[in-house]
Design a protein around this ligand. Structure first.
Ligand SMILES: NC(=O)c1ccc[n+]([C@@H]2O[C@H](COP(=O)([O-])OP(=O)(O)OC[C@H]3O[C@@H](n4cnc5c(N)ncnc54)[C@H](O)[C@@H]3O)[C@@H](O)[C@H]2O)c1
Length: 595
């Protein structure tokens, strides 16, 4: 029989604590909510009432239920109020000495059988537990932000946590409607160990002016389907908390440079820019605690003004006959551009024509496209097997094989054929755009237009500027993306651009975690989906993308950026060598032949 928890204590009512109080009270558990001072208590109470009031307004909570929920919570200053609770969850700031002091005090105050839990994200639960005389009753219960929303709880057992305490806490998580994964005591557990290197990297991109905050966040939301971008997530977590987590992970997790907090984070914390809770972090919010972003001096000026200087584009050449070229032809034709498709022969053109027609037909069947519009789109495409037909286009999009020599030769030819002032774009996902630009006499007119697969569906395009790209060329490229109904994000000419540079090291880290036997592929996938709201877990995504493709991208990143932490996981290399490439070969991290 699992232990029945009728009353719990929560210590610290900040970002996490207030949410944890709500989770328990919503599920019929009495809560003693404790803070360090009357002021802090009032702030905590305001977070709780704010959140439950919003739930009522959204129709997710009945007024009577809200009142019942609030009536289950007793607020108090000081730990003495916790003398008779069955379980305490501590959610004070991420400092080991503070947490140890609180646990020593809890040990003195709480009844002997009470379980003492910490919500720490990165500190050692073991080190916290030894501050008490009952380390076997100390455990990590790591909720995710916002606690009432996110389904995951990481249950962290130390080497001394007793098995029945683990079982009791697992049963409690189920009662709270949460999904738990039970793991051992390692810096960052599953989710944060995979998340924080990525967040820190994104802050580094922003700090180095590689891309704007809006573009970094839009890239990850639209390119990967994440619920929020990394900088908005830093604001939600709180920059002070994020700093402490990174700092601890750096020190505990083998001094991986990727966890050394980017200097900007410390500067922002010192300046009081803590994120949502202080009303300002990477973004500015309506008021402290509000999720509503308001414009500030970094907000991009209205798009029309920003796109000033863009050249008018009417006719577009697309070179290539593969998946990307096919999708891109469809996208331009559907958006009303006249398209010249150039392939290496009539047979290939016929295949591309069929593929575009099939795809457009699907739109008709789904009621998204009228038959007349389909016919008009197809009618706007001219099919050719010779580059000479690109003499009068306004923009060329190259989507041929990912080989630098082939692309360079093509750009050299385009340079001879195309009229002056034409924008020459490459869709390369891994080669330096400057290399193809320098194959022409007009590098200022060359830009990367990195579409995502499938191009007709994915809303993101990375606009890659080289150090020679002119402002007009970038403006034209962005205007074209907007006209296609896509979001164009501008970034520098570095391996992986924004999305792949942030995505693949995280996937690689997940493989390393699996390889180290810290957790299972299922639990890691669960943790990222339920703890961070990712649409797919890392192993699901790796199997879809293809392990060979993933390995190639990770190798490129490693070679260009020379970051030791980017070294491809040996397990990934072995699976590729063994021919386990993911869904396409029937087996990757999972066996797809049996489903
Ligand atoms: N922010 C997140 O996204 C997140 C997610 C999961 C876990 N965590 C972890 O949760 C814990 C709390 O983080 P947070 O972001 O909620 O911090 P926070 O700064 O928002 O809140 C901490 C609260 O603790 C209170 N406090 C400080 N000393 C206290 C004491 N002696 N007694 C009682 N209360 C005290 C503070 O007044 C404050 O209200 C940390 O261990 C953090 O790593 C944070």
């Amino acid at each position: 029989m699992a232990r029945d928890f009728t009353s719990v204590g929560v210590v610290g009512l900040g970002t996490m604590g207030a949410g944890i109080v709500e989770v328990f009270a919503r599920n019929g558990v009495d809560v003693v909510a404790v803070e360090v001072s009357e002021d802090a208590l009032e702030r905590g109470r305001a977070i709780l009432t704010g959140s439950t009031d919003r739930a009522v307004v959204k129709g997710k909570l009945a007024e009577a239920d809200r009142d019942a929920l609030l009536s289950r919570v007793r607020f108090a200053v000081g730990l003495d109020a916790l003398h008779s609770v069955d379980l305490v969850i501590e959610a004070v700031p991420e400092h080991l000495d503070l947490k140890q002091r609180i646990f020593a005090e809890l040990d003195r105050v709480c009844k002997p059988e009470a379980i003492l839990a910490t919500n720490t994200s990165s500190l050692s639960v073991t080190e916290i537990s030894v501050a008490t005389s009952r380390p076997h009753q100390v455990i990590g219960i790591h909720f995710f932000n916002p606690a009432p929303v996110m389904k995951l709880v990481e249950v962290v057992r130390t080497v001394v946590t007793s098995a029945d305490v683990v079982a009791d806490v697992e049963a409690l998580c189920k009662r709270l409607g949460k999904v738990d994964v039970t793991i051992s005591d390692r810096a960052g557990f599953i989710a944060n160990a995979l998340l924080f290197g990525y967040l820190n990297h994104a802050v580094g991109m922003f700090e180095s002016h590689y891309a704007t905050r809006e573009d970094i966040d839009a890239a990850m939301k639209l390119g990967c389907g994440l619920p929020m971008g990394p900088l908005a997530l830093m604001d939600l977590i709180g920059l002070d908390t994020a700093y402490e987590i990174l700092d601890t992970m750096y020190r505990r997790g083998g001094r991986d440079r990727r966890h050394a907090p980017v200097p900007l984070i410390k500067q922002m914390v010192t300046a009081g820019l803590l994120g949502r809770k202080s009303g300002r972090g990477f973004y500015t919010y309506e008021r402290p605690g509000s999720p509503v972003v308001v414009p500030d001096e970094q907000t991009p000026v209205a798009s029309e003004a920003a796109l000033g200087g863009a050249a008018a584009i009417a006719k577009v050449g697309v070179v290539g006959s593969g998946t990307m070229a096919t999708g891109i032809i469809e996208v331009f034709a559907k958006a009303g551009y006249e398209v010249v498709s150039v392939t290496r022969g009539a047979e290939k053109s016929a295949k591309v024509f069929e593929a575009v027609k099939t795809s457009l037909n699907k739109g008709v069947v789904r009621g998204k496209l009228g038959e007349a519009d389909r016919d008009a789109a197809l009618g706007r495409i001219n099919w050719s097997a010779t580059l000479d037909h690109l003499a009068d286009v306004d923009l060329v999009v190259e989507a041929v094989v990912e080989e630098l020599s082939v692309k360079k030769a093509l750009f050299a030819s385009l340079d001879e054929i195309c009229k002056p002032g034409v924008v020459l774009a490459t869709t390369t996902s891994s080669l330096p755009v400057i290399d193809v630009a320098m194959a022409t006499q007009r590098p200022a007119d060359v830009v990367g237009l990195h579409f995502f697969n499938p191009a007709p569906v994915m809303p993101l395009v990375e606009v890659v500027e080289t150090i020679r790209t002119s402002a007009e060329t970038t403006a034209t490229a962005r205007a074209v993306c907007a006209a296609l109904g896509k979001t164009g994000v501008v970034c520098g000419d570095r391996s992986g651009f924004i999305v792949n540079a942030l995505l693949f090291p995280y996937l690689n880290d997940a493989v390393k975690m699996l390889e180290a036997s810290y957790s299972t592929a299922d639990d890691i996938d669960h943790a990222m989906k339920l703890g961070c709201g990712y649409p797919m877990g890392p192993f699901e995504l790796l199997d879809v993308v293809g392990l060979d493709v993933s390995l190639a991208i990770q190798r490129e990143l490693y070679l260009e950026l020379r970051e030791p932490g980017f070294a491809p996981a040996p397990l990934l290399e072995h699976l590729v060598t063994a021919g386990y490439l993911g869904r396409k070969s029937g087996r990757g991290f999972r066996d797809h032949t049996r489903r």
